[in-house]
Design a protein around this ligand. Structure first.
Ligand code: TNX
Length: 541
């Protein structure tokens, strides 16, 4: 009986039009403070207007972003207008007094939704929270219960790396990656542009880098199996295309940090310019994964000139404060046998000690040259934790990837650190133990719960030293990631776990609550047509 009554109720409701979808504020990353203030709500429907600060182009763009997010998630069409003082509608405005430039407040009350922030970037994060609160819906209107949200990020540097050397991704693919970062409040794209298997950025002074070093003979299939499909593989970005990507990212408050990996991981470049290697070659753009012994010759003046020339063009293309110069995995076997390298070691008076070999000191010399050059251009150098070996360059920032050890040491020496330990944040690793049913990956095991559990402030550091931990980043190496679909599968939804580590306060974190919230975010992935791995919800530590 009750059942049939309920059915009649349902039928009546559907005849009268669908009940409005009610938004909640169950979002990722979890905000600092959510207060339910009063019994009121705001109804968003076709024709609701978003008002933005008069004459402010970035705020206009923010308003357009919100309108397009809402339309793609719900079909509701919002208007965008200048002004807004005293108006009913959605108001985007500056003027929140907060020290953190990325802070925002989101107020929903009778007749108004108001997002206020100290900067346009803060407004953008308020918009992200609003769109996630709405989720996906059909039915023509959405009811937003009254609320007062105050929020700001824990870390100023919130990064994701993308390796475009091992596999190449089109400008549109990279833009999609940027859209994915934006949804997760990530504000740095670390773009790994060169490696043994391909050079990907146009450098006008060295045209063979794109003519020759961007192409490899065969595409590697399988895990270092030595099987090739015999097809040529390659690609690169022109400087104009790179600028287009930088601008696209900047509109979404994301800074693109380029990486030119040196002096190791340079076999592709050596193929184009063999005189930059110790043996003179010939070399070939590498067709296997791993760490090549063929590195830049540190004893050759032309090498230093090459590094400076390349960086000179890179700083012209990329406005970022940081330029990444790699520094990882540089085998010293060739240098140990190279007369020029040994002569330079002698000339510079480099000595080995209990901690460092002469060759490590030589690597340090190359990195110092790069850092000094970048300093003349007003830029800061960032490098992988191997840059600690042989002595860190004075103003250098360290990206700690081999666990947290390098980061801890750098912070103790007073250098800024971005934590990106492979033990928690390598998204090329398997997300489930059942590797037979997973697409081929490089190895490892990194379920989402482990990503979520990461705490970037090492207890080994004093509160003073902890100030040097400026941020957190996850890395996507693409040896086994041939296309955008596979990129999405590997990063979604682990990126959601990452963003809560980067943004939210540790005392707010709770994996059970996160799992509920992330499933709503997954609805947005689906609506956007992004691939993702949902089975990893069930993978528990
Ligand atoms: C180590 S992390 C590398 C990369 C590989 C990656 C695979 C780092 C600085 N170097 O060259 O692609 O492992 O997980």
């Amino acid at each position: 009986r009750l059942g049939s009554l309920a059915l009649v109720g349902l039928l009546l409701a559907s005849c009268a039009g669908k009940a409005p979808v009610v938004a909640d504020y169950e979002v990722v990353p979890i905000p600092l403070e959510i207060k339910t203030v009063q019994e009121a709500s705001f109804v968003m429907k076709d024709g609701t207007t978003i008002y933005y600060t008069v004459g402010n182009e970035k705020m206009r763009r923010n308003a357009e972003f919100l309108a397009s997010y809402v339309e793609s998630q719900t079909g509701i069409r919002l208007n965008v207008k200048e002004g807004g003082e005293g108006q009913k509608g959605i108001l985007l405005q500056l003027g929140l007094e907060k020290e953190n430039p990325e802070a925002y407040s989101l107020e929903v009350k009778q007749g108004q939704v108001v997002i206020t922030a100290p900067t346009e970037a803060g407004v953008f994060y308020g918009i992200q929270t609003l769109r996630k609160s709405i989720g996906i819906a059909e039915g023509g209107s959405i009811e937003l219960p009254a609320v007062s949200i105050t929020d700001e990020p824990r870390f100023g540097y919130r990064g994701m790396m993308l390796d475009v050397s091992r596999h190449f991704f089109s400008v549109d693919d990279v833009k999609c990656y940027i859209d994915m970062l934006a949804l997760h409040n990530i504000n740095r794209l670390h773009w790994h542009l060169s490696d043994d298997q391909g050079w990907r950025i146009e450098i006008k002074k060295y045209p063979k880098l794109t003519e020759i070093a961007s192409q490899r003979k065969e595409t590697v299939i399988g895990r270092n199996s030595g099987k090739y499909d015999g097809q040529p593989y390659g690609g690169f970005y022109t400087q104009e295309q790179a600028k287009e990507i930088i601008a696209y990212a900047a509109e979404r408050y994301i800074t693109v940090i380029p990486e030119i990996d040196l002096p190791g991981h340079m076999q592709a470049a050596l193929t184009a310019y063999p005189e930059l290697g110790c043996t003179g070659g010939p070399y070939e753009v590498w067709t296997q994964w791993g760490v090549s012994d063929n590195v830049l010759c540190a004893g050759n003046d032309k090498t230093i000139e090459f590094v400076k020339d390349v960086l000179a063009e890179i700083v012209e293309i990329f406005p970022s404060e940081y330029i990444h110069v790699g520094g990882d995995e540089c085998p010293k076997t060739v240098w140990a046998k190279c007369p020029k390298c040994q002569a330079r070691i002698k000339a510079l008076g480099l000595k080995s000690d209990s901690k460092h070999t002469k060759e490590e000191r030589l690597q340090s010399f190359v990195i110092h040259e790069a850092e000094a050059f970048l300093a003349t251009k007003g830029r800061k150098m960032i490098g992988w934790d191997e840059t600690l070996e042989g002595g860190l360059a004075p103003g250098a920032t360290v990206m700690s990837w081999r666990g947290e050890g390098g980061g801890i040491e750098a912070a103790k020496q007073g250098h800024d650190v971005v934590m990106t330990p492979n033990t928690y944040l390598y998204f090329d690793y398997y997300q489930s133990k059942d590797t037979d049913t997973e697409p081929l990956a490089i190895g490892g095991y990194l379920p989402m719960e482990r990503v979520y559990s990461y705490e970037p402030m090492p207890k080994a550091l004093s509160p003073e030293e902890q100030k040097y931990i400026i941020g957190v980043q996850a890395n996507l190496w693409t040896e086994y990631i041939p296309d955008l679909k596979q990129i999405q599968y590997m990063v979604l939804p682990r990126m959601a776990a990452l963003c809560e580590v980067q943004w939210s306060q540790p005392d707010k974190k709770d994996y059970e609550s996160f799992l509920k919230r992330v499933s709503r975010l997954v609805d947005i992935y689906q609506k956007n047509g992004w691939n993702y791995a949902t089975h990893i919800f069930d993978v528990r530590l």
